[in-house]
Design a protein around this ligand. Structure first.
Ligand SMILES: NC(=O)c1ccc[n+]([C@@H]2O[C@H](COP(=O)([O-])OP(=O)(O)OC[C@H]3O[C@@H](n4cnc5c(N)ncnc54)[C@H](OP(=O)(O)O)[C@@H]3O)[C@@H](O)[C@H]2O)c1
Length: 286
């Protein structure tokens, strides 16, 4: 009998120690990041950089097929869960609907990335009023609305992060990209102030301002044609932009400019008087 009890103890003690240590049985609760505009381009690269750091993801975009492709790519490469929601972020009701979905699903939201935005070769005076309104709604209103409606979840999971994607185009007025640079400067100003407003809530706000990122062939052509050698030097790959954006957001940096040449150029642009920069841009942009 004694021998039997002794044998059972020998088996049971290491097992209970392993359970108490918590290393084997404790469920790993991964944080979530939501990427508005996460199915392609810079948004997808940000999603991938977060997946590499073990974040579960919620990706928002309009096209369900591209979303599914992104989900499949991420889930097959990383041990994370990816939810996809097909919404048009320029629509007034979208931000509330997404926040409601996240709350119902009890999403442990640690990072909100407002990435989706519209630019392009055509701008003010060459676009219809409807297209210009769409640009303002997508670039500015969606960023403002998503940050506000998801704030309670970010606060509940603090310390947490908001990453807004603006552009180097937001550092100075650009006549050829008038509304684009105006919307991106609004995102930069919004981020500066929001960072102070959310400091006490332990939510860090960052703003990514890339130079050229070759997410589609049109951007390569436009950069080569309008900015020449310097533009090509400033270009950074989407993957690198995603990695830098996430790393520096987690480090709590406010203004993020990926790439040495782009960083140098943006420092000069921000230091020069606006009247001079707008003149230079006016000549370059023609
Ligand atoms: N690429 C550059 O050179 C560059 C430089 C500086 C700043 N940026 C900024 O970086 C951001 C991303 O640019 P990108 O070149 O990576 O763009 P992209 O390749 O066109 O990807 C845009 C993403 O946003 C989604 N999206 C677009 N419109 C949407 C809408 N109305 N509702 C919901 N989702 C929408 C797209 O999916 P669906 O089309 O399926 O909706 C896609 O997932 C933009 O804000 C842009 O201004 C880009």
């Amino acid at each position: 009998m004694y021998k039997l009890v002794f044998a059972l103890l020998i088996i049971a003690i290491p097992f209970s120690v392993r359970c108490q240590s918590g290393k084997i049985q404790e469920p790993v609760v991964k944080p979530f990041a939501l990427i508005a505009g996460g199915s392609k381009g810079i948004g997808f690269a940000i999603a991938e950089a977060l997946a590499r750091r073990n974040y579960n993801l919620v990706l928002i975009a309009r096209d369900p097929d591209t979303l599914l492709l992104a989900k499949t790519r991420l889930e097959s490469a990383y041990p994370v869960e990816v939810f996809t929601l097909s919404y048009d972020l320029s629509r007034e009701e979208t931000a509330t609907a997404i926040a409601q979905w996240c709350t119902e699903k009890n999403i442990r939201l640690k990072m909100l990335c407002n990435v989706a935005g519209l630019g392009g070769a055509e701008d003010y005076l060459n676009l219809s009023l409807d297209s210009l309104r769409y640009m303002v709604r997508l670039n500015v209103e969606s960023c403002m609305a998503m940050s506000l409606t998801l704030l309670p979840l970010l606060e509940a999971n603090a310390p947490s992060y908001i990453l807004n994607v603006a552009s180097m185009a937001g550092f100075a007025p650009m006549p050829a990209k008038n509304m684009y640079s105006a919307t991106k400067s609004a995102v930069i100003f919004f981020s500066y102030s929001l960072r102070y407003q959310l400091k006490e809530k332990n939510i860090s706000v960052s703003c990514l301002n890339p130079g050229p990122v070759f997410t589609k062939p049109g951007i390569v052509e436009e950069t080569r044609e309008k900015l020449g050698w310097l533009g090509m030097k400033m270009a950074v790959s989407p993957r690198k932009v995603g990695e830098i954006a996430v790393q520096e957001t987690l480090n709590g940096k406010l203004i993020i400019v990926p790439g040495t040449a782009a960083k140098l150029m943006s420092t000069i642009i921000r230091a020069l008087p606006r009247r001079l920069v707008v003149k230079i841009y006016n000549n370059v942009g023609k």
